[in-house]
Design a protein around this ligand. Structure first.
Ligand code: SAH
Length: 365
């Protein structure tokens, strides 16, 4: 049975202040509550010792503070950790922690499934189930921090990227308060540029985000030509490359040192030729940019193939010699299928769901 009362994790600081004010309480209760939840990692009303008994009882009746149940936790030999979380009776989401030398990146989901239908993405192939609530988004960071602390205090989350399942900007109203909590000192306190929203190009929402939150932006471009991008990212038919670039250049306009990260999945023979690379560098020449090349991750049912090493290398060289910081994303967590575009792929196959759940539950640490 799911408790239908309001989850206090749904509110950022401003939201909590309004909530307490409406209850006839002081605004500072919001800060106190956030210190318990995010600072002390406590979700237990009874432990909130600076709240009166009466207030605790009142909150307990009308509100809840809950995070999704952990179904499984899988660790790769390279240190990558993937968690499967149960968000309701029929839906599960995944998140991934990727440790590197100088940072630890948490990749979080914003929706169950996705409606954008990008042809090379396993999440897209599952279709759209529902938006995640703010609580379900921020709970991913909360849970991952707690689990990582539990295992090894040295493994810290330094960056959060909204590159898991779903299109974050299609779930704008729930994503924005979560971004606020991530960056709030009383929340997780991440520096603005360490929180990245990744979008397939929802132009009006990019414009809105530019006004609402000082975060980093990554755009899944994947093609320098509209005709090709229409096929790979169907959303391009609505917001074409020119509209997208205008919106992105506006996004970074007033932000010193800020760059757009362009994600470009390299698919064999589709978008990985010299002409694509040359067109790409030309396209981005007026926008502060870095380029993140992602070798395509194959998944069952997809006819696309990963680009050949020499084509990846040539593509990278063209980008670099034009002056762009260019990275080729290493495949991490291969042994636990933790790569981009693979999240929750198997689990969401409803016919196999219970078998999957059992198998994954057994791997729970
Ligand atoms: N909807 C958002 C965020 C989720 S996808 C977006 O489009 O940016 C995160 C990144 O993984 C995107 O760049 C996406 O295009 C890429 N991706 C998806 N499927 C992939 C696959 N099979 N192989 C490689 N990259 C993939």
């Amino acid at each position: 049975m799911f408790n239908l009362s309001t989850n206090l994790l749904d509110y950022d600081r401003a939201g909590l202040e309004a909530l307490f004010t409406n209850l006839g309480e002081q605004r500072f209760r919001a800060s106190q509550l956030m210190k318990w939840i995010y600072g002390e990692q406590s979700l237990d009303f009874d432990k909130f010792s600076n709240f009166s008994k009466a207030l605790r009882a009142r909150l307990q009746t009308d509100y809840k503070i809950t995070v999704p149940d952990l179904i499984s936790e899988q660790k790769s030999i390279d240190g990558t950790v993937k968690w499967l979380l149960k968000v309701d009776d029929i839906n599960a989401i995944e998140m991934v922690y990727i440790p590197e030398d100088t940072r630890g990146t948490l990749c979080v989901s914003s929706q169950v499934g996705c409606s954008l239908n990008c042809t090379f993405c396993a999440t897209g192939a599952q279709g759209f189930n529902r938006h995640l609530s703010t609580a379900e988004i921020i709970a991913q960071v909360w849970l991952a921090s707690k689990r990582l602390d539990h295992h090894n205090k040295n493994r810290k989350i330094t960056n959060v990227v909204m590159m898991g399942m779903g299109e974050p900007l299609a779930n704008y109203n729930n994503v924005l308060p979560a971004l606020n909590i991530m960056r709030d000192d009383l929340g997780f306190g991440f520096a603005n540029r360490r929180v990245t929203v990744s979008s397939a190009g929802m132009v009006p929402k990019i414009d809105q985000l530019a006004r609402d939150a000082d975060v980093s932006l990554a755009i899944s471009l994947h093609a320098p030509f509209d005709e090709l991008r229409n096929k790979l990212v169907p959303l391009n038919k609505k917001y074409n490359i020119k509209m997208l670039l205008d919106s992105c250049s506006n996004f970074v306009k007033d932000k010193k040192k800020s760059r757009i990260t362009w994600e470009y999945t390299l698919i064999d023979g589709v978008n990985d030729q010299e002409e694509h690379a040359r067109a790409l560098v030309k396209l981005l020449s007026h926008i502060p940019s870095k380029i993140n090349l992602i070798p395509f991750n194959p998944f069952p049912g997809s006819s696309f193939k990963k680009s050949k090493i020499e084509n990846i290398e040539r593509f990278k060289q063209i980008c670099m010699s034009s002056g762009y910081i260019t990275t080729v994303r290493k495949t991490r967590g291969d042994d636990i299928a933790a790569a981009c575009g693979q999240l929750a792929g198997e689990f969401m196959d409803r016919t196999r769901r219970s078998t999957q759940e059992n198998r994954l539950a057994m791997e729970l640490v």
